[in-house]
Design a protein around this ligand. Structure first.
Ligand code: ASP
Length: 317
């Protein structure tokens, strides 16, 4: 009898443990005025296909037992290599007609983090951010110093022209944004229950030379803590910095007993929206629940949840 009781307890424990450590992954490709009537069918298909490719790669890695850190890096690299998003290849131009990239990554199990800003020749800024986290004594490198570090680490370097696309150049010429924040981000939880979040961006069209947005700022654009959640943001970065947006969600879970949905809603709609900011967030909590919220008409987003269900969404409904 005692033996069976022991077995039952072990079984219950392992079920509960599995439940808490079920893999899940979520990505965004930016929020903004994303309306079905403004997007051609072929563009819609291209975006859906790329989000599908990225989320499927990340989930496959997690399913093979790889770490959430690797899944986040590899997933974001796919989005950075696509001209469809405002990160890496598809980055927007600053007011000087150059591309300057920002990125960050944070690991929830040891609260280590890495970030880079203002790089103009690092092909995959998320890899640079990860190397700052794993191979330096620092959290945040910028500009020429970040590029020198990237070269020393043998990270792929490209000419600034690599990032130049006609579509983004026309946006600069017209001095207008396309009403989308095409930043990319990913949050994943692996079999160990480790949560990692990462974000990568070209920033805002026509931004001043040297402007740094929320994406590389730990606590604003990106945050992860295994005890609470992981978050990646997209939107008008200045507002996310002013509200310490990503950390604020985590803090509501840690200090005020909010669940992720309630916490993200408060930050996106009341805190950011309340001071005139727009954009959205994706997140995963320690129970592998996924939440995606935004105060704009749409947000490119996709996930594979803890039950293995995949969904790709662009618009509000
Ligand atoms: N948050 C980014 C920034 O302000 C922009 C974006 O999300 O597209 O740099």
């Amino acid at each position: 009898m005692k033996k069976y009781l022991c077995l039952l307890i072990i079984l219950l424990f392992s079920c509960n443990n599995n439940d808490e450590n079920r893999i899940a992954i979520v990505i965004h490709g930016g929020a903004g005025i994303i309306l079905k009537e403004n997007i051609s069918k072929s563009k819609e298909d291209s975006i859906i296909n790329k989000l599908d490719e990225a989320i499927s790669k990340g989930w496959k890695l997690l399913n093979e037992g790889k770490s959430s850190e690797l899944a986040v890096i590899e997933t974001i690299r796919i989005l950075e290599d696509s001209p469809l998003f405002n990160a890496g290849k598809g980055s927007v131009f600053n007011s000087e007609g150059r591309v300057e990239n920002d990125a960050s990554i944070m690991r929830g199990n040891d609260l280590n983090a890495g970030a880079s800003s203002g790089t103009s020749n690092v092909k995959n800024p998320i890899t640079l951010a990860a190397d700052v986290m794993n191979h330096s004594d620092h959290v945040f490198l910028s500009g020429k110093g970040a590029e020198k570090f990237a070269k020393d680490r043998n990270i792929e370097i490209v000419e600034n022209e690599y990032f130049h696309t006609k579509f983004r150049y026309n946006q600069l010429l017209n001095k207008k944004e396309d009403n989308k924040y095409g930043t990319v981000g990913c949050v994943a939880i692996d079999h160990n229950g480790d949560i990692v979040a990462g974000t990568s961006t070209g920033g805002m069209t026509n931004k001043k030379w040297g402007r740094i947005g929320d994406s590389p700022i730990i606590g604003a654009g990106t945050y992860a803590n295994n005890n609470t959640c992981g978050i990646s943001s997209t939107g008008s970065g200045e507002y996310f910095i002013r509200t310490v947006a990503a950390y604020q969600v985590s803090s509501l879970l840690e200090n005020h007993d909010f669940d992720l949905e309630k916490a993200m809603s408060k930050v996106v709609h009341l805190k950011i929206g309340g001071i005139g900011g727009d954009g959205g967030m994706i997140g995963i909590d320690k129970y592998s629940n996924i939440v995606m919220d935004f105060n704009t008409p749409g947000m490119y987003r996709a996930y594979v949840n803890k039950d293995g269900q995949k969904q790709i969404l662009l618009y509000k409904n």
